[in-house]
Design a protein around this ligand. Structure first.
Ligand SMILES: Cc1cc2nc3c(=O)[nH]c(=O)nc-3n(C[C@H](O)[C@H](O)[C@H](O)COP(=O)(O)OP(=O)(O)OC[C@H]3O[C@@H](n4cnc5c(N)ncnc54)[C@H](O)[C@@H]3O)c2cc1C
Ligand code: SF4
Length: 473
C-alpha cells in the first residue's frame, strides 16, 4: 500500500465523457482518459484491505490492490505484467466491464470506490503505447491440435492460453472478422474495433490460426473437426434472442436488437451488410423494448443515426437510485443505472408491457399498444396507452445458444436452460473431446465472465491433453 492516507486525502475522480452534443455526431469512443498524475493519485486511494473484496468481486480475480500500488509507485510496466497474469484482455474490460469490482470496493460503502476500471484501462493502454505488450509464442510445441469454435472473448481467451501452452490452435468463426459480440454487438462508440484487431494481431503472431467466414455445422461438418483435432472447444455464445410473440410481430419495422446493431458496426468498419434490408433509425420514432446493456446500445446507435425520438420500455418496476449498502455490499446491487446512451437523450419508462404492434395499410409499424403492469406483471386496469413508433427494437435478452445446426449435429447434452452442459471445474461437455465455455455454457453474461471461462476451460483442456498444466485458472 503506497500512500496510507490516500483515501482520506484524495477524492474519487473518474473519466468524463465528451459532451453528448459532440459525440452523437460520430461512432468513435468518447471517454476522456485521466492524466497520468491523476491516475496515480486515484490508485493511491486503494486501502489494500486485508480481504480484497474487489478481487473477489472481479470475475477474473484481477490482483487489484497489487497493481494499484504499482501504479502509485510509478511501476507501470510491472503493473501491466501483473494485470495480464489474470486477464488476457484488460483493454476490453477497461472499456466495457460494468466493474463489479468497484461495487465490492470497501470505499463503496460510502459511494466512493477506487476507480478500478479506469486504472485498469490506463495500465493496458499505456502498455500498448510503450510496446510492453508483445506476442508471447510458446517455447515448445506439444504436437496437439485444438479447434475453438467462436471468436468472442471466451474463444479468444481460450485460444490464447492454449497457444501459449504450445498447442496448435485453430479458431473457427462464422463472421468475416474475429471478436464475436466485441466486434458485432458492442458499438464502436463503446469500443473501437481496432482494439480487438490489435489483440487478434498479437494472437496471430503467437501462432493461433483464424478461419473466418466458416460456419461450423454449415460450411464444415463438426464431425470432420472432431476427427481432425484432439479437442474441440465450443465458444459460440448464446445467440438465440428472446422474442415477443404478440400481434403485429411480423410488421415491417419490428426487429431484434442483434439484427440492428451488427449492421451499424459493419457500416463503421466498411464491411458489407450481408443483407439487402437496411435497418436504420434516422427520422423515426424508435421504441427499444428491454432495459439492459443491449437496449442501451440500441439507444446510442439510434440517436447517432438521427432518430426523432427514442423511448426505452422496461417491464420491471424502476429500481432504487441508491442501493441499501447494509443489504447489498459487497455484492452487485440492483439499482437504477444510467448509461452514456441514456444521457444522450432517451426517455425511459418502467413497469410497461407491450401487448400489440400496430401497423398501417402497407404493413409497416406505426405504433405500439402498451399497458402498465404491477409487481406481478399483471396489467393495471385502465392504464393502456399507445406510442407512435416506426421502429421497434427487441432487446429482451438471450434465451440460450442456437441448438439447430452444430450443437444438435453434435448431440451434446444441454442443461435445464438449454445451454451446453458442462461444470466450471472441467468445462467438459457430455461428449468425448468436446469442451465448452463462455455464454454457450453459462448463458448470456459479460465479457469478463467469458474471459474467465475461456482461461479456465483452456487450463482444463491442457491438463486433459498433457496430464498436467501450468496454465492458471
Ligand atoms: C449488444 C450487446 C452489448 C453488450 N455489451 C456488453 C458490455 O458493455 N459489457 C459486457 O461485459 N458485456 C456486454 N455484452 C455481453 C458480452 O458481449 C457477452 O457476454 C460476451 O461477448 C460473450 O462472449 P462469448 O465469447 O461467450 O460469445 P460471443 O461474444 O457471442 O461470441 C461467439 C462467437 O461464436 C461465433 N459462432 C457461433 N456459432 C458458430 C458456428 N457454428 N461456427 C462458427 N462460429 C460460430 C459467433 O459468430 C460469435 O462470433 C453485450 C452483449 C450484447 C449482445
Ligand atoms: S475486469 Fe471488470 S471487475 Fe475485473 S477489475 Fe476490470 S473492471 Fe473490475
Amino acid at each position: 500500500m503506497g500512500k496510507v492516507t490516500g483515501f482520506l486525502e484524495i477524492d474519487r475522480q473518474d473519466r468524463k465523457y465528451k459532451p453528448a452534443a459532440d459525440r452523437i455526431r460520430h461512432y468513435k469512443e468518447f471517454v476522456i482518459p485521466l492524466s497520468e498524475e491523476t491516475t496515480r493519485d486515484q490508485a493511491s486511494r486503494c486501502m489494500n484491505c486485508g480481504i480484497p473484496y474487489c478481487q473477489n468481486g472481479c470475475p477474473v480475480n484481477n490482483q487489484i490492490p497489487d497493481w494499484n500500488d504499482l501504479v502509485y509507485k510509478n511501476e507501470w510496466e510491472e503493473a501491466c505484467r501483473n494485470l495480464h497474469s489474470t486477464n488476457n484482455f484488460p483493454e476490453f474490460t477497461g472499456r466495457v466491464c460494468p466493474a463489479p469490482c468497484e461495487a465490492s470496493c470497501t470505499l463503496n460503502i460510502d459511494d466512493n470506490p477506487v476507480t478500478i476500471k479506469t486504472i485498469e484501462c490506463a495500465v493496458v493502454d499505456r502498455g500498448f503505447k510503450q510496446g510492453w505488450i508483445k506476442p508471447e509464442p510458446a517455447k515448445r510445441a506439444t504436437g496437439k491440435k485444438v479447434a475453438v469454435i467462436g471468436s468472442g472473448p471466451a474463444g479468444l481467451a481460450c485460444a490464447q492460453q492454449l497457444g501459449r501452452a504450445g498447442h496448435e490452435v485453430h479458431v473457427y468463426e462464422r463472421n468475416a472478422y474475429p471478436g464475436g459480440l466485441l466486434r458485432y454487438g458492442i458499438p464502436d462508440f463503446k469500443m473501437e474495433k481496432g482494439v480487438v484487431e490489435r489483440r487478434v494481431g498479437q494472437m496471430t503472431a503467437e501462432g493461433v490460426t483464424f478461419h473466418c467466414g466458416v460456419n461450423v455445422g454449415v460450411d464444415v461438418e463438426i464431425a470432420k473437426l472432431l476427427a481432425e483435432y484432439d479437442v474441440v472447444a465450443l465458444a459460440g455464445g448464446a445467440e438465440k434472442p428472446r422474442d415477443l410473440p404478440i400481434p403485429g410481430r411480423d410488421l415491417a419495422g419490428v426487429h431484434f436488437a442483434m439484427e440492428f446493431l451488427p449492421q451499424q458496426n459493419r457500416r463503421v468498419s466498411g464491411e458489407p451488410l450481408q443483407t439487402n434490408e437496411q435497418i436504420l433509425a434516422g427520422q423515426k420514432n424508435v421504441v427499444v423494448i428491454g432495459g439492459g446493456d443491449t437496449g442501451s446500445d440500441c439507444i446510442g446507435t439510434s440517436i447517432r443515426q438521427g432518430a426523432l425520438k427514442v423511448t426505452q420500455f422496461e417491464i420491471m418496476a424502476q429500481p432504487p437510485t441508491l442501493e441499501n449498502k447494509l443489504l447489498t455490499w459487497p455484492d452487485w446491487p440492483l439499482k437504477l443505472r444510467t448509461s452514456s446512451s441514456h444521457q444522450e437523450g432517451a426517455e425511459r419508462d418502467f413497469a410497461v408491457n407491450t401487448v400489440e404492434f400496430l401497423g398501417d395499410e402497407s404493413g409497416a409499424l406505426r405504433a405500439l399498444k402498451c399497458v402498465r403492469v404491477d409487481a406481478k406483471f399483471q396489467p393495471v386496469a385502465g392504464s393502456e396507452f399507445e406510442i407512435k413508433a416506426e421502429l421497434a427494437l427487441l432487446a429482451m435478452g438471450f434465451v440460450s445458444p442456437v441448438h439447430e445446426g452444430m450443437l444438435n449435429a453434435l448431440g451434446v447434452k444441454y442443461d435445464a436452460r438449454g445451454n451446453v452442459a458442462a461444470d466450471t471445474r472441467a468445462y467438459k461437455s457430455s461428449l468425448d473431446k468436446v469442451w465448452a465455455c463462455g455464454d454457450m455454457r453459462r448463458g448470456q453474461s459479460l465479457v469478463v465472465w467469458a474471459i474467465r471461462e475461456g482461461r479456465q476451460c483452456a487450463a482444463s483442456i491442457d491438463e486433459a491433453l498433457m496430464g498436467t498444466t501450468q496454465l492458471p485458472r
